[in-house]
Write a protein of this length. Structure first.
Length: 21
């Protein structure tokens, strides 16, 4: 997944996903 574009969405839904990268 493109965290560059879904970063704000993941932050609200699944914060741990950003840490995993």
């Amino acid at each position: 997944l493109n965290h560059l574009g879904t970063t704000p969405i993941i932050l609200i839904y699944y914060p741990p996903i950003i840490i995993k990268g």
